[in-house]
Design a protein around this ligand. Structure first.
Ligand code: ACO
Length: 332
């Protein structure tokens, strides 16, 4: 029994924040952002009272409709978010409530930008063990909520978005999740962190003054580790599964920086035509970045049943890893 993605959707909020507009807000310019990061625009949820759930609810509703799934059939719902609505209740509980999903074991996971792969691997384990049969893997990311729009080194990088996938069992070995290698190496913790909002630094004047509710990152250190860790695990999973470069139809990595995507591609040795990349128009949407890129590629007619995809992710933690996925008949 394998676990296959049988439905996939995404949602982006309407407002588009361009490099030109950012240049009016901080000391930056389109040329720097385009050459150093590869992003031209990103979508932003402007409503200050709407959280990450608002970005996933439309995706989940569309997923239920497109796959003909009744809310009561969903038996497990896992939500990844780097920007949960609250510490509790879980963002999964909020999304399920809005979508009338009331008979699922619904909960959040925290694996930052690697959330989609961690989420999928968990769904895969539940499906392969026979515990659950209709699992929604959801990514909800209002990244703009942790971005300081006076900090030019981080504000161009992120966008908001949501995505949802239906994961179901299949006895067709030629499709579905084939394998995954996923790790967490906490040595990176201090280099990519949101210091406030948890139980260590509870809200105070100091956390506001020190801007601890915004992302802190050591950009160069994160960059190097993202390239190394995604490259290593991509090589590891290919070797483990006796795959050569010819066996790989598509590569889709976390969309953090076009130069990171290019470096991983070059080190792995894959040609540029095989790379799925939407960073120019979407930016870094954390755990939602890979499923949004996959969904857009599927909508463009790129992905065919049986295609072999190499997925690689990296995020705070450092969480990282790679997955081999064979594309199924997927409702998009
Ligand atoms: N516009 C103009 N100049 C800028 C900007 C900007 N937006 N940002 C930085 N600069 C300047 C810096 O001040 C510096 O100037 P200086 O040389 O006079 O000091 C110069 O550009 C170079 O700065 P670097 O930080 O060395 O630039 P770099 O090429 O490393 O790019 C970046 C910075 C884009 C942040 C890069 O390091 C990167 O992408 N890192 C990885 C980010 C990432 O993947 N984060 C993961 C977050 S995901 C998650 O888990 C939440």
């Amino acid at each position: 029994m394998k676990a296959a993605i049988t439905g996939l959707t995404h949602y982006l909020p309407d407002y588009v924040l361009t490099n030109e507009e950012l240049s009016q807000m901080v000391d930056t310019n389109d040329e720097w952002i385009t050459t150093r990061v590869g992003i031209k625009e990103r979508h932003i949820l402007k409503d200050p009272h709407a959280g990450s759930s608002a970005l996933a609810i439309p995706a989940v509703k569309e997923l239920l409709e497109k796959t003909g799934t009744c809310p009561e059939e969903v038996d497990c719902f896992i939500c990844a978010s780097s920007a949960p609505d609250y510490r509790w209740p879980s963002t999964a509980a909020i999304i399920c409530d809005a979508c009338d999903i009331r008979h699922a074991m619904a909960y959040d996971i925290q694996a930052a930008c690697s959330g989609f792969l961690f989420n999928l691997n968990q769904a895969r384990a539940f499906i392969e063990s026979g515990l659950y049969k209709k699992i929604i893997v959801c990514q909800a990311e209002k990244c703009s909520s942790f971005v300081d729009y006076t900090d030019r080194s981080t504000c161009p990088l992120f966008g908001d978005g949501g995505a949802a996938a239906l994961v179901e069992p299949t006895d067709d070995d030629s499709i579905g999740i084939q394998d995954a290698v996923l790790y967490t190496n906490g040595e990176g913790n201090d280099h990519l962190i949101l210091k406030a909002g948890g139980s260590v630094n509870v809200p105070s004047h100091q956390t506001v003054d020190d801007k601890w509710s915004y992302i802190y990152q050591d950009g160069r250190y994160v960059f190097k580790n993202a390239v190394t860790m995604m490259t290593q695990t991509s090589g590891e999973i290919m070797k483990k599964n006796n795959l050569t470069l010819e066996d790989i139809d598509w590569v889709c990595t976390h969309q953090a920086n076009k130069r990171i995507i290019d470096a991983v591609r070059q080190y792995v040795g894959v040609s540029e035509e095989k790379v799925i990349c939407n960073i120019e128009k979407v930016g870094n949407t954390s755990s939602a970045s890979i499923p949004i890129a996959l969904h857009m590629a599927a909508q463009e007619g790129k992905l065919k049943k049986g295609d072999t995809l190499l997925l690689a992710a990296f995020g705070s933690g450092f969480t990282y890893g790679a997955m081999i996925l064979k594309w199924a008949d997927c409702k998009i």
